[in-house]
Design a protein around this ligand. Structure first.
Ligand code: MG
Length: 252
C-alpha cells in the first residue's frame, strides 16, 4: 500500500484486530493510544450495545468511548427506526438489542410484525424460526445485522453468527429480498465515518478480514490496512500535528 502520511483517522475492526475473545492482541493498545482518539471501532457485533462494549473493553484495558463504537446490531436497529418509525418488529437477538429497539421507539411484537430483525440470537429456537419464517412469507421486511456464518472462539472453536441463523431462515422462506447492515455492506462504514467527522480520502480502514473489512472498505472508497500478528500501521507517528479545532471534532 502507498504512503499513509496523509491519513488523519482510522476505522478499526474489533475481533481479530484489537481483541480475540477476552484477550487484547499485541500492539492494539499502543495503536489506539497513538491515534489519540482519532478512531472509530466498526464491528459486525450483533449482540451488544456500544455502551456495553465500551465497558467490556475498559475491563480489558482498552479505552473506547461509546461514541467511538459502531456495531452492526445496534446500527441496524437505528437505521430501521429512522426509516420506519414505530415499526412493529419481531426481534431475534439479545435482551440488550431488544431494549435498544425500545429506546428507539420500535415496537417489539410476537405477531404480524412489519419487520423481522435477526441478530446473534443465543436463544434461537424451532419456534422462533417458525414465527420468523411465516412473518416473512406474509410480507414482513427481513433485516439481518451481519452476513457472518461463524466467528472464531477460544481454542479454535467456531461460534455461530447471525448469517448462520439467516441461512436457516432463508431455507424455510425460499428466496426473498432482505437487507444486511454489517460489513462488507456500506452502512457501518458510513456510520463510522460520520462519527469520525473526516472525509474518506484521509481515513484508513484497519482490519483482519480481507472479505469483510478489505472488500467493504475498498467498495466504500477507503484505503485498507490488514493487521497480521499484531502489526499495525504506523500512521499516528507520521501524521501531522492536529490543531485544536480538529481535536474538538473527536471530543464531540
Ligand atoms: Mg475481524
Amino acid at each position: 500500500m502507498g504512503s499513509l502520511h496523509d491519513i488523519q483517522g482510522c476505522l478499526v475492526d474489533l475481533d481479530g484486530t484489537l481483541v480475540r475473545g477476552r484477550q487484547v492482541l499485541p500492539g492494539a493498545h499502543a495503536f489506539l493510544e497513538r491515534l489519540g482518539g482519532r478512531f472509530v471501532i466498526v464491528s459486525n457485533d450483533a449482540e451488544h450495545t456500544p455502551l456495553e462494549l465500551s465497558r467490556g473493553l475498559k475491563r480489558l484495558g482498552l479505552v473506547a468511548e461509546q461514541h467511538r463504537i459502531v456495531l452492526a446490531g445496534a446500527t441496524a436497529l437505528d437505521e430501521i427506526a429512522r426509516r420506519r418509525p414505530r415499526a412493529r418488529i419481531y426481534i431475534m437477538a439479545s435482551k440488550s438489542l431488544m431494549s435498544h429497539a425500545r429506546d428507539r421507539d420500535l415496537v417489539p411484537v410476537q405477531e404480524r410484525p412489519d419487520i423481522v430483525f435477526l441478530g446473534r440470537d443465543r436463544h434461537f429456537s424451532y419456534e422462533r424460526l417458525m414465527v420468523a419464517a411465516n412473518a416473512v412469507r406474509d410480507g414482513a421486511e427481513l433485516v439481518a445485522a451481519n452476513p457472518d456464518l461463524v466467528h472464531p472462539g477460544p481454542d479454535g472453536a467456531v461460534v455461530p453468527e447471525t448469517g448462520a441463523l439467516m441461512a436457516a431462515l432463508l431455507a424455510c422462506t425460499g428466496p426473498v429480498p432482505y437487507r444486511i447492515i454489517g460489513k462488507p455492506e456500506p452502512a457501518l462504514f458510513e456510520a463510522g465515518l460520520a462519527l469520525l467527522g473526516l472525509p474518506k480520502r484521509v481515513v484508513l480502514m484497519v482490519g483482519d478480514n480481507p472479505a469483510t473489512d478489505g472488500e467493504g472498505a475498498r467498495g466504500f472508497g477507503l484505503r485498507y490496512f490488514e493487521v497480521r500478528n499484531g502489526i499495525f500501521p504506523a500512521i499516528a507517528a507520521n501524521a501531522p500535528c492536529r490543531d485544536a479545532v480538529d481535536m474538538l471534532a473527536f471530543s464531540a
